[in-house]
Design a protein around this ligand. Structure first.
Ligand code: AP5
Length: 223
């Protein structure tokens, strides 16, 4: 029987966590819980917290652990998280990993961490080249997946493609440094407890997905 799990996708910015989490959701019905998406939604509000989140995100640094955990806890208590769900972008610090151990025990679901490994020079081009359509959300890349007409969505010719404010060269550098310093050490943490799987993320998204799909069914899920 398929036991409910918490799938943690770990990887540097641009590794493809969001891409794979969305595939798991659309094809297997496993909900994608993306802290980055939730923060991007949150920062639209006109509150002091939203303004603070906006400032932190556009600097490329991390939102405080307590704020992040409160949001994850609230989201994962919703009905669609009764079974397996994917955490895309959480945990990102040692403190968040501890918080997740508590949540895992409370929910009775073991954690399976999957590292999507991509060389840094590829990450830089994936991020600085990323553009998205403000209407349909379609993601393009000026280096790897350019739109037919430069700067505009293929399906919405009136819609000018947008760049995320943290996808500039300068912010990408900070995000990659933040990952090295705060998040990369989590790989050793999960490896030590036998809960880490690593996939080569420098491949076609479909090939990565196929490997993830089989890992999710077989990974050692004992806490
Ligand atoms: P978040 O939105 O999580 O950003 P990130 O980790 O920097 O991740 P990205 O979305 O940029 O990359 P990804 O790995 O999801 O790759 P994607 O699939 O999009 O976080 C943003 C900010 O929010 C953080 O900087 C922080 O401030 C805050 N935050 C979030 N979580 C937090 C936490 N837990 N604690 C504190 N603060 C937090 O793909 C990237 C690009 O590559 C796309 O163009 C895509 O099309 C392309 N691509 C993907 N896969 C492939 C492939 N196989 N081949 C070719 N191209 C590919």
């Amino acid at each position: 029987m398929f036991m409910s799990k918490i799938i943690v996708l770990i990887g540097a910015p641009g590794a493809g966590k969001g891409t794979q989490a969305r595939l798991l959701e659309s094809r297997l019905g496993i909900p994608q819980i993306s802290t980055g998406d939730m923060f991007r939604e949150m920062k639209k509000a006109d509150t002091p917290l939203a303004k603070e989140v906006q400032k932190i995100m556009s600097s490329g640094k991390l939102v405080p652990d307590a704020v992040t955990y409160e949001m994850v806890k609230a989201r994962t208590s919703r009905d669609d998280c009764h079974g397996t769900f994917t955490l895309d972008g959480f945990p990102r610090t040692a403190v968040q990993a501890e918080m997740l151990e508590t949540l895992s025990k409370e929910l009775g679901k073991p954690v399976v961490a999957i590292n999507i490994d991509v060389p840094v020079e590829i990450l830089e081009r994936r991020l600085t080249g990323r553009r998205s359509c403000p209407v349909c959300g379609e993601i393009y890349n000026i280096y790897f997946k350019a739109p037919k007409r430069k700067g505009f969505c293929d399906d919405h010719p009136e819609a000018e493609l947008e760049q995320r404010s943290d996808d500039t060269e300068e912010k990408v550098k900070v995000r990659l440094e933040t990952y090295e310093e705060n998040t990369k050490p989590l790989l050793a943490y999960y490896r030590k407890s036998g809960r880490l799987e690593t996939v080569n993320g420098d491949r076609d998204a479909e090939a990565i997905y196929k490997e993830l799909e089989s890992l999710i069914g077989t990974a050692n899920a004992t806490v």
